[in-house]
Write a protein that binds this ligand. Structure first.
Ligand code: CO8
Length: 304
């Protein structure tokens, strides 16, 4: 839930601005995608201009968040978490984004937490930095919409942990993944000790974490850490196609499916079945009405 403290005012100002531009944007509805994109990118630039470590673009119902510190291989610093948290808050006001893609600029997805920044920390600061990352990645994981990591290169330490907090990962064939924290005398601190075992099994998680070994994309695919691989030059386009496919499905159904899987995974299976039935039945007054009607009438559904 959003709190109405002073930090919300820029978002409300944006929302007002966007509503007043809505008429203009709807006139593009039946025109080609490019025109829509141009308009939205301009608005987003207005809203996201305060960010220095991330960039946001919107293509129809698909949003792409790019981490933009290529000079440090997109290492996650305090500024990133400040930008990222504001971005996640702003997403709650943008119900036209149906799928989010996260990727990195340059040769890395994210090469970990910023070691130069971490090196200066003491125990309480280390705890806060870990909590900050856990909270941010927890909020990402709990977004209603699906989030795809487009792993374009190194995804190490905190970068691998960020990818693991996404709903699934699609990687470049040249990507390298791993949790090398023990080589720095640290352990994963953004949820990696918990999420990796759930994704690849206990033995694989222990092997990767205790050796700190970096693995290539093919090995990550074999372990189930990434779900698909594409050649680097096609990665983002292919991920966009997958995101578009999701964005064309019933939006409430997609959210309900994500919620049921995510919540069900954290509980015992009988409770999971209850979560599923309850989510399933709600769709009979939402997307299910239009989806089934469209099937019977042999036409494409028009989701609301
Ligand atoms: N932090 C800060 N700077 C980084 C990082 C990083 N994680 N990774 C790379 N950089 C910087 C380099 O210092 C270098 O900067 P400069 O040009 O100023 O010297 C620049 O990025 C380019 O890097 P390289 O020259 O090293 O590029 P290479 O292609 O030779 O090597 C590697 C690429 C193999 C990815 C290499 O950069 C590397 O090993 N990076 C560190 C990877 C790593 O150990 N990651 C784990 C970090 S620890 C972590 O993520 C903990 C998460 C939980 C934190 C919990 C809070 C307490």
């Amino acid at each position: 839930m959003l709190c109405f403290n002073s930090s919300i005012f820029p978002y409300l100002a944006y929302y007002f601005l966007k509503s007043s531009c809505f008429k203009l944007s709807s006139s593009f509805k039946n025109t080609r995608f490019k025109k829509k994109k141009l308009l939205f990118v301009n608005l987003e630039n207005l809203f996201f201009m305060e960010y220095s470590t991330i960039k946001f673009e919107q293509f129809g119902g698909v949003g792409i968040l790019t981490i933009t510190r290529p000079e440090a291989l997109n290492a996650l610093n305090n500024q990133f978490f400040s930008d990222f948290n504001k971005f996640l808050q702003s997403l709650q006001l943008k119900n036209d984004i149906l799928v989010l893609i996260i990727t990195g600029e340059g040769k890395a997805f994210v090469a970990g937490a910023d070691i130069a920044e971490m090196q200066k920390m003491n125990v309480p600061e280390g705890y806060d930095f870990s909590k900050k990352g856990q909270d941010a990645f927890g909020a990402l994981e709990n977004l209603e919409i699906p989030v795809i990591a487009a792993v374009n290169g190194f995804a190490l330490g905190g970068g691998c942990e960020l990818a693991m907090a996404c709903d699934f990962r699609i990687a470049s064939t040249k990507a390298k993944l791993g949790l090398p924290e023990v080589s720095l005398g640290l352990i994963p601190g953004y949820g990696g000790t918990q999420r990796l075992a759930r994704l690849v099994g206990l033995g694989n998680a222990l092997f990767l974490t205790l050796t700190g070994q970096m693995i290539d994309a093919q090995e990550a695919y074999r372990l189930g850490l990434v779900q698909k691989l594409f050649e680097p030059e096609f990665l983002l386009d292919e991920v966009k196609i997958i995101a578009e496919k999701i964005a064309q499905q019933g939006p409430n159904a997609v959210k309900a499916a994500k919620m049921a899987i995510r919540k069900g995974f954290k509980t015992e299976i009988d409770k999971g079945f209850d979560i599923e039935s309850s989510a399933f039945s709600k769709l009979f007054e939402q997307d299910g009405v239009e989806g089934m009607k469209a099937f019977i009438e042999k036409r494409k559904p028009e989701w609301k």
